[in-house]
Design a protein around this ligand. Structure first.
Ligand SMILES: [Zn+2]
Length: 400
């Protein structure tokens, strides 16, 4: 499976993947999925929102167990984020057939469309639409960087954009969704485990910091006379790092806009965006409050005005406790030590669906923690351990 997927949407210059929703590369990945379903005698369907499903048994029987992930990528993404969950799903089914498992519940393998949001700027469009967390009207307003609206892109790829929307009937037939994913951090590497279970997706948010000073000549304005917003901005970046370290959270200023943005001009405005994530909401609130307090003190010291605007806020996603405990029990059977349970700062389709159906996630060790990069990696032995763990879970949930 990896050999077939390897060249699809891979950029020859960077070695990274550019599998964006409703593009040619996306179509090639979808054709690959349909072929894998067909090879295994599974019933393949594309739902109203462009998600692909491969069914063993009849989903209409209800209480189905579904596994899978996504095949699209971020710009110059790695090979594993997404595809590992889909490849492992097919491989786990192969393993269960080898074991002679008979299934008491329908089993589905899914490829959710447009998970990364690389083209239209919103992540998890396929699962959001299905779960009713994105309306058709909202989706129709999305456009890509070239100004192509999402509906036109869907149409060009042969999908009816007027059919998209909530799909509660489909979700009602699913009893559990388990997504396997490459870890996007180093927790398993540090603990020495191949596979872990997700506890929760950390709450996160974005805040815009506007530091307003006074533009002036970089050569003739005495240092003492300046109101330079770059200085409190720089001190705020350092404060964010310090506060995140103290709280065991993460905080990042990764985007900045400067006016007038001249080499020889003291800026009038420095606008920086803070992305911060923490284990829980009080922890996140405390980090951001501390960063804002530091920013206000530094701004005042330099005669600079500061506005802080919260642009987004995503609450914590707790995965279904009963399903999580069931996974821990299944995977813990032949082990002396418990399977590690870890939180993550990254979003997933499983997080979107957790509001509608019981969901769980398995993580496979990533030796460097690098993700969303061509350097993203998982060792073959760990990938095999992930497949076997997923097979055990599917057998435990669906086997008779
Ligand atoms: Zn992913």
């Amino acid at each position: 499976m990896w050999r077939d997927l390897l060249p699809l949407g891979r950029h020859p210059g960077t070695g990274g993947y550019r599998r964006y929703a409703w593009t040619g590369a996306d179509a090639e990945c979808r054709a690959w999925f349909a072929t894998q379903a067909e090879l295994r005698g599974l019933r393949h369907e594309v739902d109203r929102n462009g998600n692909q499903w491969a069914w063993l048994g009849d989903p209409a029987d209800g209480d189905a167990v579904v596994t899978g992930s996504h095949l699209d990528s971020v710009p110059d993404g790695g090979a594993f984020d997404g595809p590992l969950g889909v490849v492992s799903a097919f491989a786990a089914l192969d393993e269960l057939r080898r074991r002679g498992t008979s299934f008491s519940r329908p089993l589905g393998i899914v490829n959710f469309g447009d998970e990364e949001g690389a083209r239209f700027g919103l992540a998890c469009v396929g699962s959001r639409l299905t779960a009713g967390r994105l309306t058709r009207a909202q989706a129709h307003r999305l456009t890509d960087g070239d100004g192509t609206p999402l509906p036109r892109a869907m149409e060009a790829a042969g999908h009816d954009p007027d059919a998209i929307g909530p799909d509660p009937g489909r979700l009602a037939r699913i009893g559990a969704f388990v997504e396997l994913h490459v870890e996007q951090g180093r927790a398993l590497d540090l603990s020495g485990d191949r596979v872990g279970i997700a506890s929760a997706i950390w709450p996160h948010g974005r805040w815009r910091f506007d530091f307003r000073g006074e533009a002036n000549h970089a050569g003739t304005t005495r240092l003492a006379d300046r109101r330079d917003p770059m200085l409190p901005y720089a001190e705020t970046v350092l404060a964010a790092r310090r506060e995140a370290e103290l709280a065991g959270a993460v905080a990042t200023f990764g985007k900045i806009a400067v006016e007038p943005n001249g080499v020889n001009a003291i800026p009038s405005l420095v606008r920086g965006w803070l992305d911060s994530r923490a284990v829980d909401q009080p922890g996140l609130d405390a980090v951001v409050a501390a960063v804002e307090k530091a920013a206000r003190e530094h701004a005042a010291a330099h005669g600079v005005e500061l506005d802080v605007v919260r642009e987004s806020r995503t609450p914590v996603v707790e995965f279904d406790h009963a399903l999580r405990d069931e996974l821990a029990r299944i995977l813990g059977r032949d082990r002396t030590a418990p399977v590690p349970v870890l939180g993550t700062g990254a979003g997933h389709d499983a997080g979107i669906l957790s509001g509608s159906i019981p969901t769980a996630m398995l993580f496979v060790r990533n030796p460097t923690g690098v993700s969303h990069s061509p350097a993203e990696h998982a060792d073959e032995d760990d990938c095999v351990a992930g497949v076997l763990a997923l097979a055990d879970v599917l057998e435990g949930l669906t086997g008779t």
